[in-house]
Ligand binder design. Structure first.
Ligand code: BTN
Length: 335
């Protein structure tokens, strides 16, 4: 677990240079022994560090900490010419239980429309279907965006798929090749997951609704962290490879926000329909035979015909067509 003190030490070490224990201790007003202990905790949290007698400490892969100023500058460039009426309100924190839990807590107390909350570290990150979302300080991108819609839950059924389209567009624009979607909204590369989307909703059946759109991306996930995750995963650094784009999390975050805001504005007016064809084009399993695991434990096998105008998955079994709404269903490759 990283404390605020741990983050302030890591920020000093983020230049990738050696810093002596004495120097670090003096800046935070603690003993060298305490500094050493806090940095051990950072190592346990997945940050690789070098300790050299006489020189001090150095981060082997210094994280590019999120910096709201840098995100805002990039966002202004990406939004230029889009005629954005209301800008995104940006908040970055070091540590929180979950960015989505925090925005959900605020509903009813504050207006969260257009609020993007990012965290370097989540102590209780949540995934879909009650799963835990594992992340690493400086190696993940974790944020939630609040958005208000006049409509109710029925209209928002395809929202998570449209959000997948927005994320894939952002990654395309940043030069990551071969990114695909897996119904309903996993982000995958060569069948390995590297990101997920969690949509939560609050409101009346007929609207208005407040949604919290939580997004988690693996940016640089060390092997040790991958072992804690139940399924095989990948990260953006592996997708980019040595020839791919250098990853700047601030720029990537800004790109994601710009694409998301554009998609959400369009969705509010037109629903999922205008995103259907693009979603299918980006679906890794389009036309493939898949197996669905239903909440009651039953399985259904069929060929993916596509998604309908509300975002439901359409499976073909001979001439028969069956529709499935995302909820608690999980999709697997058949065979
Ligand atoms: C999934 O299971 O695929 C969805 C994962 C969503 C994780 C993100 S990380 C930021 C936000 N806060 C959370 O607790 N979860 C979402």
């Amino acid at each position: 677990m990283l404390t605020p003190l741990g983050f302030s030490l890591l920020r000093q070490l983020a230049d990738g240079d050696f810093h002596s224990g004495e120097e670090l201790a003096a800046t935070v007003g603690l003993t060298r022994a305490r500094v050493s202990q806090v940095l051990k905790e950072a190592e346990a949290a997945g940050l690789a560090m070098e300790r050299v007698k006489g020189r001090g400490y150095r981060l082997l892969e210094a994280p590019d900490f999120l910096d709201p100023k840098a995100v805002k500058t990039c966002l202004a460039t990406f939004d230029a010419g889009r005629g954005v009426a209301r800008p995104i309100t940006l908040e970055v924190v070091d540590e929180i239980d979950s960015t989505s839990t925090e925005l959900m807590r605020r509903i009813g107390r504050r207006d969260i429309h257009g609020v993007a909350l990012a965290a370097e570290w989540q102590t209780a990150g949540r995934g879909r279907r009650g799963r835990v979302w594992t992340a690493i300080v400086g190696g993940s991108l974790l944020f939630s965006l609040g958005w208000r819609f006049e409509q109710g839950a029925g209209f928002l059924a395809g929202l998570s798929l449209a959000v997948g389209v927005a994320v894939a567009r952002a990654l395309d624009a940043e030069g990551f090749a071969g990114v695909a979607l897996k119904w309903p909204n996993d982000l995958i590369h060569r069948h390995l997951k590297f990101g997920g989307i969690l949509i939560e909703l609050n409101g009346d059946a007929l609207g208005p609704s407040t949604t919290v759109i939580g997004i988690g991306l693996n940016v640089r996930l060390p092997a040790a962290a991958r072992k804690d995750i139940a399924q095989p995963v990948t990260d953006l650094a592996s997708i980019a490879g040595r020839k791919g784009p250098a990853i700047d999390r601030n720029r990537l975050f800004a790109r994601l926000l710009a694409e998301l805001a554009a998609v959400l504005r369009q969705y509010a007016n037109e629903g999922f329909a205008p995103f259907g064809a693009e979603w299918q084009h980006r679906h890794a399993y389009q036309g493939k035979v898949v197996r669905l695991l239903l909440p009651d434990g039953a399985t259904v096998t069929g060929k993916v015909a596509g998604v309908d105008a509300s975002g439901a998955l359409v499976l073909a079994d001979g001439p028969r067509r069956a529709r499935f709404l995302s909820g608690e269903i999980s999709l697997r490759r058949a065979g």
